[in-house]
Ligand binder design. Structure first.
Ligand SMILES: C[S@@+](CC[C@H](N)C(=O)[O-])C[C@H]1O[C@@H](n2cnc3c(N)ncnc32)[C@H](O)[C@@H]1O
Length: 809
C-alpha cells in the first residue's frame, strides 16, 4: 500500500481542493482568475462556516482508509507535476478559529494522532485527513520541504483537534494554529501506554536521512533552495541524533538569520562558542553570525563589537565586514539622532525586492489613554514643530505584490470587514505566525495591539519582552500557544497599506482598489488613532514607515494619522473606509461635512466619482466646469470653512488642464495661477501672496513665504505640490523668476541639512516653507527624484538647477 501520502499540505500553499467533489466544504475556489470575492459571496461563505460545527475528534466512519490516502496521492502527484501554477485560493479571515492552550499531559490520549503528514493514522489505525493552516516555512514550500517537516512516520499529537464533518461524510481535522501540533518523540511520556493497531504497522520514510551528517547535507540542500525553515528543521533533526554536532548549530544559526529568528541564532552561535575544540574558521563564523543576529535584533552597538572581534581575529575579512560596520554606524546614528539618508533609502525603495534598511526611531511622543474613541493613543511629550520626525518604524511583517508575481497566492475573504483581502494583506497573517514562531517573546507584545471590540481591551502600554518565554530552540517546538483568530483580528485592525514614497500619486488617488497594495503591520505606529484631518503624516520607504508632524503641536496634544488609503475627499468615501474603526469620526473635516448636511455631501460624492473618471479628466472644458460647479452652495454650504477637498481636487485638475493649454497658447497663465490658488486654498493652505500676474516691481530678492507655515496638508499633499509646480511654471514662463522661485521654495525644500529638526528650523528662519519637506522630509535632491517627471514635463528642470536648489549646483 502506498504510504507516502503527505501531500495534503499543498492545500495550504497551493490551494488544491482537499476533496475534488465540490461538496459543502466551501474553502476552495477555482484559481488562476481569482478575483476579489464580492460581499454576497463572503456573506454566504460566512454563513456556511458558521453552520459547520467544530466537533470533537471522532472517527470518519464512512470513509474507508484507502479513500483519503488515494486522494492525497493523487494530489501529491498533481503537485509534483505543477508545483506552482499561479492559481489562487481564498482563506477566510476572522472567524472563530480553534487554538489550544492545553498542556499535552492534560489531554486524553485518545486524541493523540500519529504517523504522517496530512493523512494521519491514530492508534486504532483510522485514517484522518489533517488540514493545517499557515504552518511556518510552508509559504511556497516544495514537497521536499513538506517531507522534511512531516516525513512519513512522524509522530504527532494535535491538541484538542477540531473536526469539520461535512454532510457528504468527509471530514477534516482542521489545525488552525500551528502551535496545536506537537512533534512527539518516541520516548515522550504521552506514548507510554499507547498500543498501535498491529494491522497497520508504522510506516518509515524510505529516504529519510539517518545520521546527523545526512541531515546536515539535507539541510544544506534546503538552504541552497532558499527554504530556510526546512533547513533549520533538518539541522535540528541532525542535532537530535548528535547533540555534539556543533556545525549543525552553526548552519542552523545561518538559517535562523535568513528567517529573521535572530534571538534563536544568537543562542546557537553562543552555544557554538562554548565548544572547546572548534577551529578558528568556525569560531570566526560563529562570531560573524552572532554579529549579524545582533544587528537583526537592532542591538547595533553589540553588533559593532562583534564585527570588531571578527576583524581582530580575521583582518583579511575587512572587505566583507566594512559594509556591515558602516551599516551599524548608520543605524546607531539613525536611532540616536533621527538622522537618515533619505535619498539612499528612496533609491533602495525603487528597486523591487531590495530591502530598505533603517533603524527604528522614536521622537518626542508617548503612549497614553486617548480621548478619541477610548483605548490608547499617542501624544506629544513636548511642543513639536511642523515637519519634525516622530517615528521611523521597521515592520513586524510586510508583503509586496511583486513577491507573488506568477506564483500561487491566497486571497482573504475577511469576515471582520466583510471584504476581500488582497494577497499582501492575506500574506501578513501567515508571515506573522512564522515570525512569532521564531520570536516567541513577540507574542505578548503583538497581542497587546488592538483586536477589535470582540476581544478584551488591550493593556495601557505595550509590554516589554517577557523573560519567561524562552527563545526558540527547535523550529518544530512552539514556545507560545498562538490564537490565530486574535492575530487575524490584529492584522485587520492595525495593518497599513503602504504609501510608497517613490510614487507621487498616491496609489489610491483614483480608485479604492486596495487589492493590489503592499501591506505591513507595525507596533508603535499601530497606536496612533485616526483623524481624517490628521496632525501627522506618514510615508513608506520600502516597508519602513516614517511619521512626521504635519502641524505645530503642543505638549500633551494627541497625534493622529489618517487611516484613509483610498480616495478620502468625501465624507461617504471616508466613511466606507473607516467603518471598521468608527461610525462617527469627530475630526474637524467630518464635522464640517456633517454640518453641510446629507443632501450636499451625497451630491458632492457623486461629483467626486465623476472627477476620478479619465474621460472627464482630459477635457479642459469639463474639468473647469466641475471646478466652477463646486463653488455652488449646492455642493458646499456657504458657512463651510476653507477646507473643501473635492473643490481642491477639481481645481487641481483645472489647473493642470489650463497649464496644458497655456503651453500651447490656448489659455493664459494668470488663469492657471488663479485656479491653482483656489485648489491650494481649498486644501487648507493659507495663502500669503495671491498674485496671479507677474510683478516686476517687488524687491528682486524677496523670497518670503507665499504660504502659511503653521500646517501642511495631510490629504492629497502630492496633488498640492503638483499644483504649486504649475504655478511655478506659470511665473517662469512669463519671466517672473522671483515669483517662480518663491513658489518653488514653497513646494520643495530649499536648504537641505542632514538633521530634519534643524532643517525645519532653518527653513522657517529663512522664511522658506515646503509642503513636500513636511510631508516626506525631503531635501532638494529627493524632491527632484520624486518630482523629476513633472519637472521635466513642465520644462522646469533647468530652472530648478539655476536657482540652486541642489546642493553644489
Ligand atoms: C490601530 S488602533 C489605534 C490604537 C487603539 N486606540 C489602541 O488602543 O491600540 C485602531 C482602533 O482605535 C480606535 N480608533 C482610532 N481612531 C479612532 C477615532 N477617530 N474614533 C474612534 N475610535 C478610533 C478604533 O477602535 C480603531 O479600530
Amino acid at each position: 500500500m502506498a504510504r507516502d501520502h503527505g501531500a495534503t499540505l499543498l492545500l495550504v500553499d497551493v490551494g488544491l481542493p482537499l476533496d475534488s467533489a465540490a461538496d459543502d466544504h466551501v474553502d476552495v475556489l477555482p484559481g488562476p482568475w481569482l478575483k476579489p470575492m464580492p460581499l454576497r459571496q463572503i456573506e454566504e461563505a460566512k454563513k456556511a462556516i458558521d453552520a459547520t460545527h467544530l466537533l470533537p475528534l471522532q472517527p470518519i466512519e464512512r470513509n474507508p482508509r484507502e479513500t483519503p490516502m488515494s486522494t492525497q496521492n493523487f494530489l501529491r502527484s498533481k503537485f509534483w507535476e505543477s508545483p506552482h501554477n499561479g492559481c489562487g485560493d481564498y482563506v477566510y479571515v476572522g472567524y472563530d478559529r480553534h487554538f489550544s492552550q492545553a498542556k499535552l499531559s492534560d489531554l486524553k490520549r485518545t486524541r493523540a494522532l500519529t504517523k504522517t503528514n496530512f493523512c494521519a493514522e491514530d492508534p486504532q489505525g483510522r485514517v484522518h485527513q489533517i488540514h493545517v493552516h499557515r504552518f511556518p516555512g510552508f509559504d511556497r514550500a516544495t514537497t521536499a520541504v513538506v517531507d522534511t517537516v512531516f516525513p512519513l512516520g512522524t509522530l504527532l499529537a494535535i491538541r484538542e483537534p477540531p473536526v469539520r464533518q461535512f454532510l457528504s461524510g468527509t471530514g477534516v481535522i482542521q489545525v488552525d494554529s500551528p502551535s496545536d501540533i506537537i512533534f512527539v518523540r518516541p520516548w515522550d511520556a504521552i506514548l507510554r501506554d499507547i498500543t498501535w493497531n498491529p494491522l497497520f504497522p508504522a510506516p518509515v520514510h524510505p529516504h529519510l536521512p539517518q545520521t546527523a551528517a545526512q541531515w546536515k547535507a539535507w539541510g544544506n540542500v534546503h538552504f541552497g533552495d532558499g527554504q530556510y525553515y526546512a533547513a533549520a528543521v533538518a539541522y535540528s533533526k541532525g542535532l537530535e541524533l548528535d547533540s555534539t554536532a556543533y556545525i549543525l548549530l552553526l548552519n542552523r544559526a545561518a538559517a535562523y538569520i535568513h528567517l529573521g529568528y535572530f534571538e534563536a541564532a544568537l543562542t546557537d552561535t553562543a552555544n557554538v562558542m562554548t565548544v572547546a575544540h572548534i577551529s578558528e574558521d568556525e569560531r570566526i563564523k560563529a562570531i560573524y553570525r552572532g554579529a549579524q543576529a545582533q544587528y537583526g535584533v537592532c542591538r547595533y552597538k553589540l553588533a559593532l563589537e562583534q564585527f570588531a572581534r571578527c576583524l581582530a581575529v580575521a583582518p583579511q575579512l575587512e572587505p566583507n565586514l566594512q559594509g556591515w560596520v558602516m551599516r551599524c554606524h548608520d543605524r546607531i546614528r539613525e536611532s540616536e539622532k533621527g538622522e537618515y539618508d533619505w535619498v539612499g533609502m528612496f533609491n533602495d525603495a525603487l528597486i523591487p525586492g531590495q530591502k530598505v534598511e533603517a533603524a527604528d526611531f522614536v521622537g518626542p511622543i508617548k503612549i497614553t489613554q486617548s480621548s478619541r474613541g477610548g483605548g490608547r493613543g499617542i501624544v506629544a511629550t513636548r511642543s513639536i514643530s511642523v515637519g519634525e520626525l516622530l517615528v521611523v518604524s521597521q515592520p513586524l511583517v510586510s508583503a509586496f505584490p511583486h513577491e507573488f508575481a506568477g506564483l500561487d497566492y491566497e486571497l482573504g475573504a475577511n469576515f471582520i470587514t466583510m471584504q476581500a483581502d488582497g494577497q499582501c494583506r492575506q500574506a501578513l497573517i501567515s508571515r506573522l505566525i512564522a515570525k512569532i514562531t521564531g520570536n516567541p517573546k513577540l507574542y505578548p507584545i503583538v497581542t497587546a495591539l488592538y483586536a477589535g471590540p470582540t476581544f478584551p481591551a488591550p493593556p495601557p502600554q505595550l509590554p516589554s519582552p517577557s523573560p519567561d518565554i524562552p527563545p526558540l530552540s527547535n523550529p518544530l517546538q512552539f514556545e507560545v500557544d498562538m490564537d490565530v483568530n486574535l492575530l487575524e483580528h490584529i492584522c485587520t485592525y492595525n495593518a497599513f497599506y503602504l504609501k510608497d514614497v517613490t510614487k507621487t500619486t498616491s496609489y489610491c488617488a483614483k480608485t479604492r482598489d486596495f487589492f493590489y497594495l503592499p501591506s505591513a503591520l507595525y507596533l508603535l505606529p499601530s497606536l496612533f488613532n485616526h483623524a481624517c484631518s490628521a496632525n501627522a503624516t506618514w510615508h513608506h520607504f520600502g516597508d519602513i514607515m516614517v511619521i512626521r508632524a504635519a502641524r505645530n503641536l503642543t505638549e500633551g496634544e494627541e497625534i493622529t494619522l489618517s487611516y484613509i488609503s483610498g480616495p478620502g475627499d468625501t465624507f461617504l468615501s471616508r466613511q466606507a473606509e473607516l467603518a471598521l474603526h468608527t461610525t462617527s469620526c469627530d475630526c474637524e473635516e467630518c464635522q464640517a461635512d456633517r454640518a453641510d448636511g446629507e443632501e450636499i455631501y451625497v451630491r458632492r460624492a457623486s461629483l467626486d466619482i465623476q472627477l476620478r473618471s479619465d474621460e472627464y479628466y482630459n477635457n479642459t472644458h469639463t474639468v473647469c466646469r466641475n471646478a466652477r460647479l463646486l463653488n455652488d452652495p449646492g455642493y458646499y454650504s456657504p458657512t463651510r470653512g476653507p477646507i473643501r477637498p473635492t473643490l481642491s481636487r477639481a481645481c487641481a485638475q483645472s489647473t493642470e488642464a489650463l497649464a496644458r493649454d497655456a503651453m500651447s497658447g490656448l489659455a493664459v497663465w494668470s488663469d492657471v495661477v488663479a485656479e491653482g490658488l483656489k485648489s491650494l486654498e481649498a486644501a487648507g493652505i493659507v495663502l500669503f501672496d495671491k498674485a496671479t500676474n507677474p510683478t516686476f516691481i517687488a524687491p528682486r530678492f524677496d523670497d518670503s513665504p507665499v504660504i502659511g507655515t503653521e500646517r501642511a496638508p495631510t490629504h492629497a499633499a502630492e496633488m498640492c505640490v503638483g499644483v504649486m509646480l504649475r504655478i511655478v511654471c506659470a511665473f517662469y514662463n512669463q519671466g517672473d523668476m522671483r515669483m517662480a522661485k518663491r513658489w518653488l521654495d514653497a513646494a520643495c525644500w530649499r536648504e537641505y541639512l542632514a538633521s530634519p529638526l534643524p532643517c525645519f528650523e532653518l527653513a522657517f528662519d529663512l522664511g522658506r516653507f515646503t509642503v513636500e519637506g513636511v510631508h516626506v522630509g525631503v531635501g532638494p535632491e529627493l524632491f527632484i527624484l520624486r518630482y523629476g517627471g513633472t519637472l521635466e514635463s513642465l520644462d522646469l528642470m533647468a530652472f530648478v538647477h539655476a536657482v540652486q536648489c541642489l546642493p553644489g549646483s
